[in-house]
Write a new protein. Structure first.
Length: 116
């Protein structure tokens, strides 16, 4: 139903501009999806939930500082490359240790286990 203030059903900006925002425009407090015309709550940026390319919650916010950091690596949904890079970095870090600290090594191996 056009005019009820909700942009739903098959309504869009072109057949019901009263209810629907123009593509790329959002109400205050909302930001546009990085890849399509959805409006997403601004509060989703950096909320700890991953609003990345896979749009797990319908929004890709990676163009907003990688979803405020939520999409910075560690995700199981972005493929295995990130994990491999992290492991290589950790291995390099271990190799760079001049003084072998058992506690640090123990912590590293725990991190490594979590990543694998
Ligand atoms: Ca409506
Ligand atoms: Ca988020
Ligand atoms: Ca979307």
């Amino acid at each position: 139903m056009c005019g009820d203030g909700l942009c739903n059903g098959d309504e869009d900006y072109y057949n019901c501009p009263d209810d629907c925002n123009a593509p790329g425009e959002c109400d205050a407090g909302y930001v546009t999806d990085c890849v399509d015309d959805d409006c997403c709550p601004e509060s989703w940026i950096g909320d700890g939930f991953e609003d990345c390319e896979d749009q797990a919650y319908g929004c890709d916010l990676t163009c907003y500082d990688n979803d405020g950091g939520d999409c910075d690596g560690g995700s199981t949904t972005t493929g295995g490359t990130t994990g491999v890079v992290k492991i290589v970095m950790i291995v390099n870090l271990i190799l760079q240790l001049t003084v072998v600290n058992v506690v640090i090594l123990h912590g590293m191996s725990m991190v490594l286990t979590v990543l694998i």
